[in-house]
Design a protein around this ligand. Structure first.
Ligand code: ASP
Length: 417
């Protein structure tokens, strides 16, 4: 009898654990040895190809899921409700995560008592890009509306989302006249999802390679020296990801945390390994539609939008990091300043693209809004890839939970009418 092949979900889990173990082994080899260099190069190639393949389908997938998704939604009598619930859910959970980051940081005060002179060298070499709140807002608004060809060629997800929204609404307004085009787009969407399924067969290799590289390249000494900050960030990001979000999901939909983790595992592990909500998007959509059975019209709208604007992990991190820097340089932020951190951290998370370390770039704005030195980012950069893995996982989790909640609210409204 042929041995039964484990499901992709299980293969990915095994790959993740093996990748970390392989990375720890590679990291322990002599730094100048050929084995270590060869191993890391192989991980780079395999992991890189996996991410490239995901990025290859990203733009057509985002465009088609939003444009066709919105057009299909219009057939939905509850379209307005879907918009409203989606935005309300995104804003509420982001605000909650920033509040958690601020509370925990105020409580534990990471950075207080650390000797800032230890980091003087790194800070001195940091060439911070100045980014005031006004400039950030200006840049952000301009980045929303772009030539779609340019946006797609650059892989700019947010501008593609906006253009796709226009096309979706235009498809609705055209009604029967555009019925053929809508059918074509729905078929193209199905085709792209088929390709995503093929790419996912490579996921176990890609994920193992990415995690091996991540584990091998961590500077354990640095992580320990910033131990309290790392613990505060990880503790609160994981609390948000494993307690708060699943709690909200359970209360609103009845889906248990265990069922959610089982169904969403592929996307969560891919997010952790790639540190990119955008690269993970094809997988997130796959899990949302196939594992959680969310209506494609709802998933196709909520998930791509969420991948660019809904980032709970990033928002929490931005707030915690701002307080860490304040403690480090000995500045006491008063309530009004913490409110500024609260709102700018939310904005910075909404504006950050779903790519690795994007949150570090937009964090300059949060620091500057309360007069903290942007150069302090240099201290956090070396450990960012590690922390980014966790916050990206929670970012992607929020998008899947958002679509489940929206579906639930819409269904209960339909049942009442
Ligand atoms: N890497 C994160 C994401 O893609 C963004 C960030 O926090 O840097 O969701």
């Amino acid at each position: 009898m042929a041995a039964m092949k484990p499901s992709l979900n299980v293969q990915i889990l095994v790959a993740a654990v093996s990748g970390v173990l392989l990375g720890c082994w590679l990291g322990g080899l002599p730094a100048d040895g050929a084995l270590r260099a060869g191993g890391l190069l192989a991980c780079d190639i395999v992991g890189g190809v996996f991410v490239d393949l995901l990025k290859m389908v990203l733009v057509p997938l985002v465009f088609l899921s939003i444009a066709a998704g919105v057009a299909n939604l219009s057939a939905h009598e509850h379209m307005h409700r879907i918009w409203r619930v989606t935005l309300a859910f995104f804003l509420f959970t982001t605000a909650l995560s920033v509040a958690e980051g601020l509370l925990v940081s105020n409580w534990f005060r990471p950075g207080a008592g650390l000797d800032v002179s230890l980091f003087r060298d790194a800070m001195g070499h940091y060439q911070g890009q100045q980014l005031s709140l006004g400039e950030f807002g200006d840049k952000f608004i301009h980045s929303l509306f772009m030539n779609p060809v340019k946006a797609m060629a650059q892989g700019d997800v947010l501008a593609t989302v906006i253009f796709a929204l226009f096309v979706g609404v235009a498809l609705v307004a055209s009604g029967e006249r555009a019925a053929g085009l809508l059918r074509l787009m729905n078929e193209a969407w199905g085709l792209v999802m088929l390709i995503v399924g093929w790419i996912m067969r490579l996921a176990p290799f890609g994920i193992a390679a990415l995690l091996a590289k991540l584990a091998a390249s961590q500077d354990a000494a640095l992580l320990v020296s910033l131990g309290k900050f790392v613990a505060v960030v990880l503790g609160s990001v994981l609390f948000h990801g494993f307690v708060v979000l699943p709690g909200i999901l359970y209360v609103l939909t009845g889906v248990t945390p265990a069922a959610f983790l089982r169904g969403g595992r592929e996307a969560l592990i891919t997010a952790f390994a790639t540190s990119s909500s955008s690269a993970t998007l094809p997988v997130t959509l796959g899990c949302t539609q196939h594992q959680f059975k969310v209506d494609p019209g709802i998933a196709g709208f909520v998930v791509p939008l969420g991948a660019t604007v809904n980032m709970d992990g990033t928002a929490l991190y931005e707030a915690a990091a701002a307080l860490f820097v304040a403690n480090l340089v000995g500045v006491e932020l008063n309530l009004a300043q913490q409110l500024v951190v609260f709102f700018t951290a939310m904005l910075a998370a909404i504006g950050a693209p779903g790519i690795p370390s994007a949150g570090m770039v937009t964090m300059v704005m949060v620091l500057q809004a309360v007069g903290l030195p942007a150069e302090a980012i240099a201290i956090l950069l070396p450990i960012d890839r590690f922390l980014d893995a966790f916050r990206t996982m929670v970012n992607v989790e929020g998008d899947m939970i958002g679509s489940l909640v929206v579906q639930r609210v819409v269904r209960s409204a339909s049942a009442k009418t």
